[in-house]
Design a protein around this ligand. Structure first.
Ligand code: MRU
Length: 376
């Protein structure tokens, strides 16, 4: 097959600065790498208050399940440090996007020590420090989890596909741009690349917001990986040509029964993978498993504005109110635009977490894994 990739050839291991806390004289801020502008420019977005951060979350300046958790935790710390109503800010943050459970988990992670500090007689400054400490800890832990997922994931790939250089298909963006570390599914591919066992990373462009074409390709090029971008609807012919050894995706929420919500277009890949007898692997931290969501039908799937489908804008900068792109449909066309879809557990070969691999994917096996992680 013709090699259509455009690699930089470099292996740039410096971390991508996706989120950080700063305390300039004007007061604390959360600084984000504005992912709406990638790959055209590496621009920073400074959020000095919670409404600015909520807007950044809704418009995908900051995105991806684990990073949403970290952003939510820093958001609570920001509200606390700025002396606004922390309970209301936490509710705003947690509700900014409904599907990625990590967002609400991250918010709770910072809110609990804030409230505990106040309940224990601490003043607001001490409570704010407790919230910031929790956000920083979550940020660090996510980096560690990412490294462990990468190791478990590569070991699994090597088991499933012995003796080979792997040709892996991925969807959306799951690398350093979504994490305190190197990500989830992408981190596994990167680990394989560093071990000399990745012969091709197939990158779905991921319509409509192009997280694959804009962001995963950016990360793959940055790391000197052999990658090729395809339109989402070219995946079928790629499987049929025998060019895919495994699919690696992330997750926004994993229900108790192992149903996986991830970027829309993941479910069709799972169906293709099953038909072509290719392993379909989901890589996610344990915090993405939501024991309170019993099954796939109970997962709330975010519906996004139709203009994301009916207009094309690159770099993609349209806000929640939208518009401003080049129309590609007749005026007034309605669009179906779910941000995620749900893959049933029977189509998932394995779920890879920092605590280990679940395969086959069953309610019982997932519950054991979550219990184990709580005891650590
Ligand atoms: O809408 P996005 O860009 O936030 O969607 C992100 C995804 O669907 C990722 O695949 C998912 O968050 C897993 S990232 C580890």
């Amino acid at each position: 097959m013709a090699d259509q990739c455009a690699q930089s050839g470099k292996d740039n291991r410096s971390p991508i600065p996706v989120i950080r806390w700063e305390e300039p004289p004007e007061g604390p801020v959360v600084v984000l790498l504005d992912q709406r502008r990638l790959p055209a420019e590496e621009a920073e977005l400074v959020c000095a208050d919670v409404p600015a951060l909520v807007d950044a979350i809704r418009t995908l300046a900051v995105r991806g399940a684990p990073l949403l958790g970290i952003a939510g935790a820093y958001g609570v710390a920001l509200a606390a440090a700025r002396g606004v109503d922390v309970g209301a800010a936490a509710a705003e943050l947690a509700g900014a996007r409904p599907t990625a459970v990590n967002l609400a988990v991250g918010v709770r992670r910072a809110l609990a020590p804030y409230r505990a500090a106040l309940a224990g007689g601490g003043d607001r400054r001490q409570a704010a420090e407790a919230a910031l400490g929790a956000a920083r800890a979550l940020h660090r832990e996510d980096a560690e989890a990412s490294a462990r997922m990468a190791r478990h994931g590569l070991a699994l790939l090597d088991d499933l596909l012995p003796g080979g250089a792997h040709r892996v298909l991925t969807h959306c963006n799951t690398g350093a741009l979504v994490s305190g570390g190197e990500g989830t599914a992408f981190a596994v591919a990167l680990e394989a690349h560093r071990a000399g066992r990745l012969s091709r990373l197939w990158v779905d462009e991921t319509r409509p917001l192009l997280q694959g074409a804009r962001l995963t390709a950016y990360e793959a090029a940055r790391n000197g990986m052999p990658y090729t971008v395809l339109t989402d609807n070219a995946a079928g012919s790629l499987f049929a040509a025998g060019e895919v050894d495994a699919v690696l995706i992330g997750a926004d929420r994993i229900a108790a029964d192992g149903s996986v919500a991830n970027k829309v277009g993941s479910y069709p890949l799972a169906v293709l993978a099953r038909y072509h007898r290719v392993p379909f692997l989901v890589v996610a931290p344990v915090t993405t498993v939501d024991a309170t969501t019993p099954d796939g039908a109970s997962i709330e799937v975010e519906q996004r504005a139709g203009h994301e489908v009916t207009e094309v804008a690159v770099p993609w900068t349209a806000g929640a109110e939208g518009g401003g792109g080049i129309p590609v449909t007749p005026r007034g066309t309605r669009a179906y635009n779910p941000a995620f879809d749900v893959t049933p557990p029977e189509l998932v070969t394995a779920i890879v977490t920092e605590e280990g691999v679940v395969s086959p994917v069953t309610t019982g096996a997932l519950a054991v894994l979550c219990d184990r992680s709580r005891q650590v």
